[in-house]
Design a protein around this ligand. Sequence first.
Ligand code: GLP
Length: 236
Amino acid sequence: MKIIIVKDPIDGGKQGLKRFQKAKANGAKVFGLATGSTPITTYKEICKSDLDFSDDVSINLDEYVGLSADNPQSYHYYMQEHLFSYKPFKHSYIPDGTNLNTENEIKRYNQIIADNPIDLQLLGLGRNGHIGFNEPGTPFDSKTNRIKLTQSTIDANARFFDNENEVPKEAYSMGIGLIMKAKHILLEAYGKQKAQAVKAMVEGPITTDVPASVLQNHPDVTIILDKLAASLLEKK
Ligand code: GLP
């Protein structure tokens, strides 16, 4: 794991852009994308840059079950707002939260990922160590799955909704086994509320209790942290 400690998320965004530029320069064509507040500065930098994805494919990690693309809280909407309206891709894939036929949606998304091996996967980190929406306990070899969100994730994400009752209780997520197949992984985490999960991810045992700890097994992971998120790490 290569760890880069930055001053703040704005600086982190600049480092994030560099990883995207490097991947593009090395011929990357398929980008795994993330949502949440963390990657916003990286997307801002990408939007200001001259990167062109019009010949590339994007595959998002996850989507809330039940939310349609025109719902401002959906990850479809988020991606449009923060990236795609400025930097369109040839094809952009996101799980379809309105497809309540779970088996069918899982099969569809697994096929998309099988057809488009991911070159660079961007990740955030849940306060409980989740990646995508893969909550603690998710098997490391999982493919796309429909996941019941834990109370801690519902609480953490309630800030994006009018009230906690509006937070969907389930999501479709690219599984851990698929995330691990990406050629390069870039994870960003900022703020002291992530410090415990960062420590467990980097210095703790590899365990499904902390889904992100599986990244210790990946050969090419870059982690961008601000000082607060890195504050509990023993080896700086
Ligand atoms: C959500 C998303 C994750 C994200 C996490 C952290 O649960 N499914 O992909 O990494 O939240 O979000 P934030 O970046 O807002 O802290």
